[in-house]
Design a protein around this ligand. Structure first.
Ligand code: PGA
Length: 258
């Protein structure tokens, strides 16, 4: 089993004052109950990143800061976009690539996902590639093929130096923000499938996370029975207690306590 990775995706929530408040609360809990075996990451909105990293650094909170998206381009006439080098200057170590909300609402095609992933890893930043099917695809039993195609499109031909910087998050679209979590069997079947595809692409050491209505109650069973290497957490990452309860569940599972 890989060392777990737990990422909080704050999405378009919390202004910078609220973000500072949340990261301070997270800091207090992490200091009292350190997670020994988990890599913890928070991904705030762009405009909050500077404030959040300042608190993380000054209070030496044991986590890293990520971003929810980055431009495929390094610089230039791309109004409204934010580049990987800009994020790197803010000490961002992780970037989500191809979240289903970006794919569905901001025209992020498989091709743009693939190029963005390369833009991220070329700079030495960790890329978390998000994949997952819509409900209609699962109902037609096309989910395994659909996710294979997303993985191939994004990862085929990735250079050797970039490979250790990649993680994959399986997020079935129908489970995101809906309160409908995939069952542990569904997660296990898909993560096994993803690992087979990753092995065929020389990415066997890659961490495979699950995301989609993860909470403090379901995290332990998703981890142990679903056999994931961690979580991408949306709604439950907006409260320090629930986010860190998920981190604690991952920590306990890794240590063999659950
Ligand atoms: P959710 O979001 O935990 O609120 O379902 C997960 C995600 O979109 O990353």
């Amino acid at each position: 089993m890989n060392r777990p990775l737990v990422i909080g995706n704050w999405k378009m929530n919390l202004d910078y004052v609220e973000a500072v408040h949340l990261i301070q609360q997270i800091g207090v809990i992490v200091r009292n109950r350190p997670l020994e075996h988990v890599d913890l990451v928070v991904a705030p909105p762009f405009v909050d990143i500077r404030s959040v990293t300042s608190v993380v650094e000054s209070e030496r909170i044991a986590l890293e800061v990520g971003a929810q998206h980055a431009s495929v381009h390094d610089a230039g006439a791309h109004t409204g976009e934010v580049s990987v080098p800009m994020l790197q200057r803010l000490n961002v170590k992780w970037i989500l690539v191809g979240h289903s909300e970006r794919r569905a609402h901001y025209a992020m095609t498989d091709e743009v996902v693939a190029q963005t992933l390369r833009t991220v890893t070329r700079q030495g930043v960790h890329a978390v590639l998000c994949v997952g099917e819509e409900l209609a695809v699962r109902n037609d039993e096309g989910h395994l093929d659909f996710v294979s195609a997303q993985l191939h499109a994004a990862l085929e031909g990735l250079d050797e130096k970039s490979r250790p910087l990649v993680s994959v998050a399986y997020e079935p679209v129908w489970a995101i923000g809906t309160g409908l979590t995939a069952s542990t069997e569904q997660v296990r079947d898909m993560t096994e499938h993803i690992r087979t595809v990753l092995a065929s692409l020389s990415l066997e050491a890659t961490r495979v996370l699950y995301g989609g209505s993860v909470n403090a109650e379901n995290a332990a069973s998703l981890m142990s029975e679903g056999r994931v290497d961690g979580f991408l957490v949306g709604g439950a990452s907006l409260k320090a207690e629930s986010f860190l309860a998920i981190g604690q569940a991952a920590d306990d599972c890794y240590a063999g306590k659950r």
